[in-house]
Structure formats: structure tokens, C-alpha cells
Design a protein around this ligand. Structure first.
Ligand code: ATP
Ligand code: MG
Length: 566
């Protein structure tokens, strides 16, 4: 069995090794400062959670700080709505950026000053080629690029043009500012990358002050340096951009407080889901899911609504670790973390998802009897609750088989079963309607078998099923969620992930629940005995009118049932 998270020793990883080595050599004088730099152009997903846990986690571990920095250099796609949602997600995960909340747009003035400086040093120039020409002249992996005819403009002319770009004299696409590096570099990122472009766009923070906006590669490294970041952790696709990161900082070394180290790690790929923002937006906009917080989505808003706890996500991040090699993590790893956490935390309750009436013929009509069910089988200190037993009960349809298969130990004609926390009953008759459907099971009970009594202890019986009193049970809407895709790699290769949508990913049913559950507070989690872990929906549930989402089943039966269905 896996150890509970609290006992899990922190496994070392290559990032911790780098920091330990830096601390040993005194490179940063023991300082560790990281940042999580989302672009506010969409909602965060579980992949971002890996990066959040890593950046904030490392900072905490080394008594450092982690900054939350919004990389807001694409005004057309960005919005305050996303800023707010991202802040909320990070806080929900239990992290605190303290005073370190930043926006790249706060640095626009400095970034611009540095651009003028680069021009004066002969390290940047205004290019007046069209976007098309720039692309063509950049070359390919096998063909070196060609110098732009504007590459050798004198500094004064470049400065003049940049200032006029800034003051709004030129149309979009007419000029760009490029770093002057090396058009024949084997690394295409180093072939005079564009660092500023003209955009007449309203920026959510700087309004209409700017009509030129800096590019990500130029902005990111300078923002890191201005904030005194020590270790700039990013995903592997930026490995080829590292020479540019270092080049920009080297040119500006006299102007910046430090030169952070970029360190790349493998991004999270999770089976049975898609994580790119573009695809998530498509799913939402084409109404293939019910909004950003649809419990089937891998967005943090979605997994939170599904019932995931911050602790389960921390466990997950620690368990998958960080490495330099791209790999796929199976969805069941994430689900197991939630099971383990909720197994500890969630009180047990009873819900009957597919009810079948069970009538105890020899039980007095109006009698009511208290039975006592533990709130958590391993935590006696959580006490027991009362569940009322009566003549007419509901059990799960699946707990009865008229023609039992071999090895079926629950209720069958002539067979006996224990009604959990109550009595042993024997099935004596099946009641059917005119169509031949079973409408009720008739049983007789043995009064000497009540759970908790000495007599009961002597009667061993294999089947043990849950039930609710028909008179006392309340009803609730239940949303049974399953994986959103039937294909573990829905968007690999040139596949259209929309073809792999699981038609059964959401099933709405009505269930009988214990009376107290009727007043569940939104966000409360329970284990419905034998049925899984459920959360009172945070959007649609209200005390008195509950809606429960199935967060995860009790066991991982997915691969098995999926195969059977084929
Ligand atoms: P997407 O590719 O999903 O659109 P993104 O990389 O464009 O995401 P950003 O807002 O730029 O999204 O990401 C913020 C941070 O989160 C970056 O440092 C990025 O490397 C990291 N990140 C994004 N996706 C993942 C992932 N799947 N696993 C780990 N880290 C990720
Ligand atoms: Mg990005």
C-alpha cells in the first residue's frame, strides 16, 4: 500500500539538486526566488498546477519567495476575468504570493528604455520588411537566414523610427524592432528575433498608452531579472529559447540587478484529457462542455467543482515529480490521489443511486428503529450517526439478481444478506408489474441478527448491502461524471480530439439520500458508501435542494469497464 502523503519523504529532483549546489557555492547567497508567469488569456489547468506547485513549493522549501507575474503582452487576448480567476486558483491551491504580485505591463517603460539602449549598442534595428518577407528570409532548419536589407540602418535612424512607431505614426505590420544577433545561427530563435511590434490594441491595464508591444522572449527574461528571480523554471519547449534569454540579459547586464538561470522541466501530459488553452476554449465556446468549470474539464475551476481538493493536487504534483523527459501520466494517478485524500477526509453517508423497493413482510408496519452507522470506519472519534430502519426500504438494484451469476453474494431469491448496521433478511418473493419488471422484493428479517448484538456476531454472512428507509429518505440530483474522452491520447498526432468525446461522460440521475444530506453545504464532500466520493455542487446545490457530483469512484474500474463496453 502507498504511504499516506504526510509520511512520504520529499524525493529529490534535478531542480532541488541545482539549488542545493547553488547554495553550496553561494551563487545566490542562499536566496531562492521563483515565479509563476501565466498569460491571462484563459483559465488555468492541471498542467499549470504542476508548475504552481513546483514554483511555490520550491520557494517555500528554501524559505524563499515565489512571485505571481501576469505575462500580459498580448492585449487582444487578455482579460481581467482571467487575472481574477488565476489569482483565485493559486490561492485555492494554498499558495501566497504575499507582496509579489506583478504584471509584465508594469515594466513597459523600462522595456522600452532597454530597447532604445540596444539600438544605441548596435544590438537592435527597425526592420521594414513585411511579416511574410521576414518569415521567408528567416530560413529553415537546413537553410540559413538572410540579412534584412534594413539590418544595417544607422542607430539614429533606428531610434527615430522606433520613437515614431511608439508615437503611432505607422500602421500595424509596417515595422518591427528586431534583435541584431545572427541570421545564420543554427538556432532559429537567434535569427534576429522580433522584440517589438505595432498593435493598436487597448490594453486592460495600460489602456491606450502603448501602440507597440514587446514580445514574450524579450519581456520574460527582463521581467525575471528586474524581479531578482534566481531560478526561472519553465517547460521544455523553451529550451531552444534559452540562448536568447541569456543573450538579452547579457546585453543589458549593466542595467539589470541579476541574471536569473532558466531551467526547463517536462510539462505535464495527462491521459484522457486535453490541456491546451486553445482546445479548452473550443470545448467551452462550442458548448461541448458546460462552461469553464465543467467538472469534466482539466481546468482548475473544473477539477475543483468536480471535488478535487488542494491537498490531492499537491500529492499528485509531488508524486509525478519533475524531470527533463516528456512523458504521459495516467489519469488514474490523479484519481488515486483524490481517493486517498477523500478516504481520510470524507464522512461516510448512504445514498441509493438506482433504487429498488425492499419490503420486510414480518416487520411491524409503523415501527421505526434506530441503527448506528460510523461516520468513518477507521475514525471512531468521528462517532456514529443514526439511520432509521423501517418496514419499507430502498436498496440498490444492482444488489439484487433474480438469476444470480456464479459468485454473486448479495440478494437473490431464497438467499440471505445483511442489511448493513441492521438485520439479516431473506428474500421470499419478487413482485413484478404487468410488464414483468421487478417493482419490489419481499423479505423476512431475523430479529436476532441486529448488528452490534452478540447474537449477530455468531451469524456470518457474505453479502452486506446498504439501504435507506423509504419513509425517511430524501431525494437529490446526482451527476455521475466520467472521463471526458474515450481515447487516452485524444489530441495526439493529427487526431481531432472532438471525435473522441465520451458520450457517457455526464449522466444525471435522482437518488435517495440520508435525510441530513438534504442540507449539505455546497462544497461538502462525502463518501456515499459503496458508490464513490461525492461533492455538493458549488454552483447548483443549495441546502434543501442538493445536487451532488461524483468526484471519483471508489476503485479504478475504468480500464476494465471500458474494455467490457467494447
Ligand atoms: P497552454 O500551452 O496550455 O496554452 P501556456 O504555456 O501558454 O499553456 P502560460 O499561461 O504561458 O500557458 O503558462 C504559465 C506557466 O505554466 C508557464 O511557465 C508554463 O510553462 C507552465 N505550464 C503550462 N502548461 C503546463 C503543463 N502542461 N505542465 C507544466 N507546466 C505548464
Ligand atoms: Mg505560454
Amino acid at each position: 500500500m502507498k504511504k499516506p502523503f504526510s509520511e512520504e519523504t520529499v524525493v529529490s529532483n534535478f531542480i532541488r539538486s541545482i539549488i542545493n549546489e547553488d547554495n553550496r557555492t553561494g551563487k545566490w547567497h542562499g536566496r531562492v526566488e521563483t515565479r509563476f508567469p501565466p498569460e491571462p488569456n484563459g483559465y488555468l489547468h492541471i498542467g499549470h498546477a504542476k508548475s504552481i506547485c513546483l514554483n511555490f513549493g520550491i520557494a517555500k522549501e528554501y524559505n524563499g519567495a515565489c512571485h505571481l507575474r501576469f505575462d500580459d503582452t498580448n492585449p487582444e487576448k487578455e482579460a481581467q476575468e482571467f487575472v481574477d480567476a488565476i489569482c483565485d486558483n493559486v490561492q485555492w491551491l494554498g499558495f501566497d504570493w504575499g507582496e509579489h504580485l506583478y504584471f509584465s505591463s508594469d515594466y513597459f517603460d523600462q522595456l522600452y528604455m532597454f530597447a532604445e539602449y540596444l539600438i544605441t549598442q548596435g544590438k537592435a534595428y527597425v526592420d521594414s520588411q513585411t511579416a511574410e518577407e521576414i518569415r521567408e528570409w528567416r530560413g529553415t532548419l537546413t537553410i540559413p537566414g538572410k540579412n534584412s536589407p534594413y539590418r544595417d540602418r544607422p542607430a539614429e535612424e533606428n531610434l527615430d523610427l522606433l520613437r515614431r512607431m511608439k508615437s503611432g505614426e505607422f500602421a500595424e505590420g509596417t515595422h518591427v524592432l528586431r534583435a541584431r544577433i545572427d541570421m545564420s545561427s543554427p538556432n532559429i530563435n537567434m535569427r534576429d528575433p522580433v522584440i517589438y511590434r505595432i498593435r493598436y490594441a487597448h490594453h486592460q491595464r495600460t489602456g491606450n498608452k502603448w501602440c507597440i508591444y514587446p514580445m514574450y522572449d524579450y519581456t520574460h527574461c527582463i521581467s525575471d531579472a528586474l524581479e531578482n528571480i534566481t531560478h526561472s523554471l519553465c517547460t521544455l519547449e523553451f529550451e531552444d529559447h534559452r540562448p536568447l534569454y541569456d543573450w538579452v540579459l547579457d546585453q543589458l547586464q549593466d542595467k539589470l540587478p541579476c541574471h536569473p538561470q532558466q531551467i526547463e522541466f517536462a510539462r505535464l501530459n495527462l491521459t484522457y484529457t486535453v490541456m491546451s488553452k486553445r482546445k479548452l476554449i473550443e470545448l467551452v465556446e462550442q458548448k461541448l462542455v458546460d462552461g469553464w468549470d465543467d467538472p469534466r474539464l482539466s481546468t482548475l475551476a473544473g477539477v475543483r467543482r468536480r471535488g478535487y481538493t488542494p491537498h490531492s493536487i499537491h500529492m499528485f504534483a509531488e508524486r509525478i515529480g519533475v524531470s527533463k523527459a516528456d512523458s504521459w501520466i495516467d489519469m488514474s494517478v490523479l484519481e488515486d490521489c483524490l481517493r486517498e485524500d477523500l478516504n481520510e477526509q470524507a464522512p461516510r453517508r448512504i445514498a441509493i443511486l438506482k433504487p429498488l423497493k425492499l419490503i420486510i413482510d414480518n416487520y411491524p408496519d409503523d415501527q421505526e428503529e434506530d441503527c448506528f452507522a460510523p461516520n468513518h470506519p477507521q475514525k471512531p472519534e468521528w462517532d456514529k450517526r443514526t439511520v432509521t430502519f423501517t418496514k419499507v426500504l430502498y436498496i440498490e438494484q444492482d444488489d439484487f439478481m433474480e438469476e444470480p451469476v456464479k459468485g454473486f453474494f448479495r440478494l437473490k431469491p431464497g438467499g440471505e444478506v445483511r442489511l448493513r448496521y441492521a438485520y439479516i433478511v431473506k428474500c421470499v418473493q419478487i413482485e413484478k408489474n404487468a410488464q414483468g419488471d421487478i417493482v419490489a422484493i419481499h423479505c423476512i428479517y431475523d430479529p436476532d441478527t441486529k448488528s452490534g448484538t452478540d447474537a449477530a456476531a455468531n451469524r456470518k454472512i457474505k453479502g452486506n448491502i446498504h439501504w435507506l428507509s423509504a419513509k425517511h429518505a430524501q431525494t437529490a440530483e446526482i451527476r455521475l461524471y466520467d472521463r471526458l474522452f474515450t481515447d487516452p491520447y485524444p489530441d495526439s498526432g493529427d487526431k481531432d480530439y472532438k471525435n473522441a468525446l465520451n458520450p457517457n461522460s455526464k449522466t444525471i440521475t435522482h437518488a435517495y439520500i440520508e435525510p441530513e444530506l438534504h442540507n449539505a453545504e455546497p462544497g461538502q464532500c462525502f463518501q456515499f458508501e459503496r458508490n464513490g466520493y461525492f461533492i455538493a455542487d458549488t454552483a447548483d446545490s443549495q441546502p434543501g435542494k442538493p445536487v451532488f457530483n461524483r468526484a471519483v469512484t471508489l476503485r479504478d474500474s475504468w480500464e476494465k469497464t471500458a474494455k467490457q463496453a467494447v
